[in-house]
Design a protein around this ligand. Sequence first.
Ligand code: ADP
Length: 268
Amino acid sequence: MSEDIAAQYRIEAEPYYRAVGSEVELFRAAHARRMPVMLKGPTGCGKTRFVEHMAYTLGRPLITVACNEDMTASDLVGRYLLDREGTKWHDGPLTVAARIGAICYLDEVVEARQDTVVVIHPLTDHRRVLPLDKKGELLHAHDDFQLVISYNPGYQSLMKDLKQSTKQRFGALSFDYPDAGVEAEIIARETGCDLKVAEKLVQIAHRARNLRGHGLDEGISTRLLVYAGQMIAEGIDPAHACQMTLVTPLTDDPDMRETLEAAVATFF
Ligand code: ADP
């Protein structure tokens, strides 16, 4: 039964991930000890792709949960639901992962409320248990279970930050946009666009990233560059492709938009 469930969460084909440092080796060692790991870095820089790649190479199912502020502990752990036969317990994604020995990836965990986040605490220390209070069950995590969270330090504010008591339960790997040459290689490989075009896209991104904190909350992510490369590979004029993927999504401010358009015009 739990093998059937695990099969649903197995990744069939190897997700392409270009290592940028020693993150693969470090994660492998942390996984060997089932250490909880935090992936820190801006949005769209490769954290999710990395965890997908690691789950595949380690042969573990992966259960991903996108966290948000309305999420309750029950959304993670599970709840009783009413059906024709009466009330029936339904495991939440965290519980499923702990039962089947999956890697559970809580994306943007800082978005979740503190009272939701604390449910992961007993899973992250030597106890490796998850109390299902409403069900009256103390679940002992499967030996292969590992918890991974992502966290974007850019969004950090006094209102929204992880408590030290949560942070200090994780080993952490820092992610950032890759160096220019590597990022261009990733974009060309991901989209099939020409490497020369990918290099120009990266240069546009570097200009926008310099505006971070000077009118832009976040720079152009690798994800957006991949979108730009995809549009160009589909035969769209590069200037139009960049407008749609690198300028319009990023800002509503007319001055900032003009600045970004000027950066695009320098290259295309
Ligand atoms: P995050 O989880 O950090 O928000 P993602 O992992 O979804 O970002 O990355 C966005 C996209 O960028 C991926 O879908 C992939 O196309 C590309 N990407 C970023 N970094 C890498 C990398 N090192 N190797 C391969 N692809 C990458």
